[in-house]
Design a protein around this ligand. Structure first.
Ligand code: CUA
Length: 319
């Protein structure tokens, strides 16, 4: 499976400028917290040692102390100072990581669906793809997060931030990837039966490779003249496939309910990172999607082996 070649998934495997700032802040917080823990533990041990009951204790009540203005001021001022410093640093990092968007247009629109991801690139001739996100390294991309149904949450671990996709209320997030690699994430807001299989596969590639990818996405898919593929195309357009799926350049297939299939053959996986993308797996998927992802919106189309195979041949020709 292709996603096995992914980078080590950890927030400490920093892959974006934003996550760099967040992880630095995290280490600073941890250092301050560790220092406080050491001071408090040290004082506690010192007090226990110094004021333990002496052997000749006569059982009388210890000296009673009440009110000490200097102590009150010290133990109010020090925590206040610590909380203020941490609060200001948090605000500074928040502004740095997610500056105001203003009237800027998004570079990528992320749409959460039960249970897959749609990615639109409005500045690149409105390329639309599904489940396998591509980003160029070294460029700050503005994301707009949307949802087609329920609340989802977009979280690529190495990018640090997590952002909710809320129906009817777009949210924003900046991502400036720093190093090429394949980074995994997952939906992180419970969104139904297959929430756990709502994976995110983010490919960060060098700018030149990204330009190539965008060019390939913008091109109309090559149509095979193979007889099985032609038969498959006819079946695809005659059956209910076109009620949910879009294939650019095909006037009959314009629905955007399910994943865009314009260049499905370029994708590495099917079912959002579930199985390898090949004719055999696509045939099996079409014959019973519920077997792979129970509850998924795509019904069992009750296709014969031959029909499913020919549609798969057609779709796998869409490079
Ligand atoms: Cu989408 Cu959880």
């Amino acid at each position: 499976m292709d996603i096995k070649n992914a980078e080590f998934t950890s927030i400490f495997n920093v892959a974006s400028l934003q996550n760099g700032a967040l992880v630095d802040l995290h280490w600073f917080f941890l250092a301050i917290a560790a220092l406080i823990a050491c001071v408090v533990t040290g004082l506690l041990i010192a007090v226990i040692a110094k004021f333990r009951t002496p052997a000749d204790d006569d059982g009388s009540e210890p000296r009673q102390v009440k009110g000490n203005i200097r102590l009150e001021i010290i133990w109010t001022a020090i925590p206040l100072l610590i909380v203020t410093v941490l609060g200001v640093l948090t605000a500074v990092v928040m502004i740095k990581v997610n500056p105001a968007v203003g009237s800027k247009k998004p570079d990528v629109i992320v749409i959460g669906h039960q249970w897959w991801w749609e990615y639109q690139y409005p500045k690149y001739n409105n390329v639309i793809t599904a489940n396998e996100l591509y980003l160029p390294a070294g460029k700050n991309f503005l994301f707009e997060m949307r949802s087609a149904d329920v609340v989802h949450s977009f979280w690529v671990v190495a990018f640090g931030q997590k952002m909710d996709c809320i129906p009817g209320h777009p949210t924003n997030m900046w991502v400036h990837p720093t190093k090429p690699g394949k980074y995994l994430g997952s939906c992180s807001e419970f969104c139904g039966a297959q929430h756990g299989l709502m994976r995110i596969i983010a490919n960060v590639v060098p700018q030149a490779e990204f330009d190539e990818w965008i060019k390939a996405q913008q091109a109309m898919p090559e149509h095979s003249t193979d007889p099985a593929a032609l038969r498959g195309k006819k079946l695809f357009n005659d059956a209910t496939c076109v009620q949910c799926h879009r294939i650019a350049g095909d006037a009959e297939a314009e629905s955007q309910i399910g994943p865009d299939l314009t260049h499905i053959a370029q994708r590495k996986t099917l079912g959002d990172g579930l199985i390898d993308n090949n004719t055999e797996n696509l045939t099996k998927w079409m014959q019973n999607p519920q077997k792979f992802k129970a509850g998924v919106n795509m019904p069992n189309m009750r296709l014969t082996d031959e029909d499913a195979h020919d549609i798969a041949i057609y779709l796998e020709s869409l490079k």
